[in-house]
Design a protein around this ligand. Sequence first.
Ligand SMILES: [Zn+2]
Ligand SMILES: [Zn+2]
Ligand SMILES: [Zn+2]
Length: 147
Amino acid sequence: MKQTPTSILTNSNLRKTPIRLQVLQLLLREETALSSQQLESNLHKPDRITLYRTLRTFEQKGIVHQVVDGTNNPKYALCLNACNEHQHLDQHAHFHCVQCGKTICLTEVSQPSIHTPAGFVVQSSHLALQGFCPDCIFKGKKKKSTL
Ligand SMILES: [Zn+2]
Ligand SMILES: [Zn+2]
Ligand SMILES: [Zn+2]
C-alpha cells in the first residue's frame, strides 16, 4: 500500500496537524533525508519549536529516523514500515553525495555486525558513506560526451 501523510498519521494514532502533514509530504516527495533547516525552509509557516517537537514525536513513533551522514548536519528520513514506537530497524547505510548534497537511505545495504572488546556496550552505530550519487555520475558523463 502506498503511504500518504494521512495514512502514516492514522497508523500511528497521531492527530493530523498541518505541520505533521507538511513534514511527511516533504519527506515522501523528496525521497531523501532532510535536515531540520531544509524542512523548515519548505514549510508554509515555519515554526522551529513545533518542527523540533514534530520530529521528536515522529522519531518516538517509528515514523522517521535520524540520519548521520558524516556531515555535521543531522538529517531525518522516513522509516521502513517495520519500525514502530518500540523499536527502529533502520540499520542500513546512508549515502551522502558530495556533489549535489543529497543524503539517501541505502536500505539494501545493512550495517555489518560489529564485535567490540569485552566491556564495551554499543548503543548506536552509523555507517555513513560519501561519494557521488548515480544522478551526478550520469550528469558528469553526459557533460563529457558533449564536449
Ligand atoms: Zn525507524
Ligand atoms: Zn548527487
Ligand atoms: Zn535511513
